[in-house]
Design a protein around this ligand. Structure first.
Ligand code: ADP
Length: 242
């Protein structure tokens, strides 16, 4: 963590959102916080609003009601300081870029005219590759990587941007158990200095590794630790309410 971080790092109050030309609210009366040292899971049924919530936190969508603070500012203002790690499958695998090129994208700022990188940019990209144990992949083509390698490279891209907060969207999807363990060890290490908010469908993973979990299904509720460790959470995925 850096001394630039206020606490909490995410604060959402009375958030409401619906997509343009849609009648129904996707999210309503959403209030929660994420603290500066936390690793928080977002669980919930498909269509519950997890991706929409991430997009609101990233400033890609604007709330219809309520307020979102990220790192002490609006999501749009703080965008450069939030490291977003999408699902690796969402990046086109026909991309011809090298791994280093992908990580350097983390150094692109809104004001850049085309990718012209400084020595510092390259140093930060290399440091991020080293931190995620992917330095030996730097010259490889993105499309030749496995799912687990891609996910670590996407984390490196977020770190290269000097993020103060990581948002991850189901990073373990499509990754074998061995690589998943590696990835979780990496995230555990990163959580020593960075807060993490992570969408996951894996209840065991959330209960073993994270400090707290939030249930996202049109609104957001805290899942208490006792519930998280019990089978009852399975039933929430089948319609019961936490
Ligand atoms: P989750 O990530 O939990 O599966 P989403 O945030 O993707 O949930 O979706 C929540 C709801 O918003 C769903 O009903 C979905 O159909 C709707 N939705 C998602 N994206 C759009 C969009 N671009 N336009 C209209 N409705 C959308």
């Amino acid at each position: 963590m850096t001394d630039r971080q206020p606490s909490p790092v995410i604060s959402v109050t009375g958030l409401g959102f619906r997509y343009p030309r849609q009648r129904d609210q996707v999210l309503t009366e959403v209030s929660f916080t994420v603290g500066a040292t936390e690793w928080v899971g977002l669980l919930g049924p498909n269509g519950g609003g997890k991706t929409t919530l991430l997009r609101l936190l990233l400033g890609q969508l604007s709330p219809r009601a309520g307020r979102i603070d990220v790192l002490g500012g609006t999501p749009v203002r703080m965008r450069q300081r939030v490291g977003y790690v999408p699902q690796h499958a969402s990046i086109d695998s026909s991309v011809l870029a090298s791994v280093e090129d992908v990580v350097l994208l983390g150094r692109l700022t809104g004001s850049s005219w085309g990718p012209r990188y400084s020595v510092l940019d390259r140093e930060l990209a290399l440091a991020a590759l080293e931190e995620t144990n992917t330095a030996e992949l730097a010259g490889r083509a993105w499309r030749t990587l496995s799912g687990g390698q891609r996910q670590r490279v996407l984390i490196a891209r977020a770190l290269a941007s000097k993020a103060d907060l990581l948002l991850l969207d189901e990073p373990t999807t499509g990754i074998d158990i061995h690589r998943e363990k590696e990835l979780l060890r990496l995230l555990e290490r990163l959580n020593d200095r960075l807060p993490i908010l992570m969408v996951s469908h894996d209840i065991a993973l959330v209960s073993h590794h994270m400090d707290r979990a939030l249930w996202v299904d049109r609104t957001v509720r805290e899942i208490d630790a006792g519930t998280l460790n019990s089978d009852s959470l399975e039933r929430f995925f089948h319609g019961e309410r936490p």
